[in-house]
Ligand binder design. Structure first.
Ligand code: GUN
Ligand code: FE
Length: 456
């Protein structure tokens, strides 16, 4: 028998498909030294007793307690790390005014490394405590504090994909918060990519640089072209915002006489390793272009309710073959929790399907076939995010990373309303976990086979 770094015994939930949850009851999960799931053993397998007997008295064996369950770690596909400092506030203005009134002044303060350190350390720890094992971050325009964010992820054991934000257009960005010019925006991005790729060499769980034009309105053509070339040169991820609100969608139409999606594509920014946030106002042709280029959507349902002015037709876009994951979009979205965002994705999709204006007749009120289930929201928070990033994460499956959260449903003071846990009820347990889990219930979080969070 192969020697395992850890063996866990317990019940896990993972996506079988977007619509189906697979229940792995009383399995043995055998983790290797690289932090991958080397083997999963069903209780009826011949090997089960042998592995159990070999490991059960060793200190690298873990038997989950009654009422504890494993879920894959969550993947936050879109989050602005500096905005953690204003999370829960500043939610009263539309996107354009929100950026200029609150967000750019706040982000400009991240030239101060001490302030950045305080906010970023708190955020990364908070995300881990909420079960988020991988996050695709926007930092700020400052290359030093952007690199600091990547280092904090590396140190705390989170899989971080981090972008130094580019905003080089002097006509669109305030003098106090922008890249000084296009050449320095590109040079800083290149330096940042090299530094993070170097950091990655000594980071077990991975840390990745991300080419990050904030969105079309903040960047010159030259920057957009140059960033695409850098992403090619260093084979990096790309992230941006696309067709988030009427204002943003109209901006690209006025400047390029085409939609955001096609404009981004002209600059070479839509590709397999691209993730675009929001995408609420994509047309059918835009969605087809996403599917064709392998570009993924980061759906941020809480943020959309405040800043977007529409609900993403997630069921329809997913049925057209586009990869989709979930994002918090801190601080457009106030919650750091993907449990909260998964619930909101379900709620928003149901409101899209049923419609919201009670003065309209029932049949005219909504958009048919729009709702998603909690199983699908769970898929988007886990496996869908993993596929969007083309990484072996987001599923509890052999050859995937051991990125998991251990949920305890029986914590005194945070007990979930589960009154029986017979076999046939395990799917109910899954649903209750998705709807009722609070940070108190997330007892441990593991990333790449390393325990990175324990709830005291
Ligand atoms: N578009 C450009 N910047 C931002 C941002 O910080 N948040 C959101 N939600 N949309 C944006
Ligand atoms: Fe955003």
């Amino acid at each position: 028998m192969m020697e395992y770094r850890y063996v866990f015994r317990g019940t896990a939930f993972t996506s079988e498909s977007p619509k189906e949850v697979k229940i792995l009851k009383d399995y043995l999960f055998c983790i290797n030294r690289n932090g991958l799931i080397e083997k999963m053993i069903h209780p009826d397998d011949n090997e089960y007793e042998l592995v159990l007997h070999t490991y059960q008295w060793k200190d690298n064996f873990r038997q989950l307690s009654d009422g504890q369950y494993l879920l894959p770690g969550f993947i936050d596909l879109h989050i602005h790390a500096p905005q953690w400092a204003q999370s829960g506030t500043a939610l009263d203005l539309p996107l354009n005014e929100w950026l200029n009134t609150y967000t750019f002044p706040l982000e400009s303060k991240f030239s101060n490394i001490d302030f950045a350190k305080q906010v970023y350390e708190d955020l990364v720890s908070t995300l881990l405590a909420h079960g988020t094992t991988t996050a695709l971050y926007y930092a700020t325009v400052h290359k030093e504090s952007s690199f600091l964010l990547a280092s904090i992820c590396a140190e705390k054991g989170q899989r971080g994909l981090v972008g130094k934000v580019v905003m080089d257009d002097h006509k669109q960005n305030p003098e106090y918060y922008r890249d000084p010019d296009t050449a320095s925006a590109l040079a800083d991005t290149e330096e940042f990519i090299l530094a993070v790729q170097d950091l990655a060499k000594k980071t077990k769980q991975g840390v990745y640089p991300v080419v990050t034009p904030r969105f079309i309105p903040s960047c010159t053509d030259e920057a957009l072209r140059g960033l695409s070339a850098l992403a090619t040169k260093y084979n990096t991820y790309i992230q941006s915002h696309c067709s988030e609100s009427d204002w943003e969608h109209e901006f690209a139409k006025t400047r390029f006489h085409k939609h955001d999606a096609f404009a981004l594509h002209d600059f070479g920014l839509l590709r397999e390793k691209s993730i675009m946030a929001h995408c609420t106002f994509l047309s059918e042709a835009d969605v087809d272009l996403f599917a064709k280029t392998g570009t993924a959507i980061a759906h941020c349902p809480i943020s959309n309710a405040y800043l977007s002015g529409g609900v993403l037709p997630i069921a329809h876009f997913h049925s057209k073959g586009v990869e989709i994951g979930l994002g918090t979009d801190i601080s457009g979205g106030f919650s750091p929790s993907l449990f909260d965002n998964a619930k909101q994705a379900v709620i928003s999709s149901r409101m899209l399907e049923d419609g919201v204006n009670p003065n309209l007749p029932t049949e005219k009120r909504g958009k048919p076939a729009s709702r998603i289930t909690i199983n699908e929201a769970f898929y988007f928070a886990t496996a869908g995010g993993g596929e969007s990033l083309s990484l072996p994460i987001g599923r509890i499956m052999e050859n995937y990373t051991w990125d998991v959260q251990i949920i305890d449903t029986q914590i005194p003071g945070a007990k979930l309303p589960i009154f029986s846990s017979r076999n046939q009820d395990l799917y109910d347990v899954f649903q209750k976990i998705m709807y009722h889990t609070r940070p108190e219930n997330i007892r441990e979080v593991w990333v790449q086979g390393v325990n990175v969070h324990v709830r005291a």
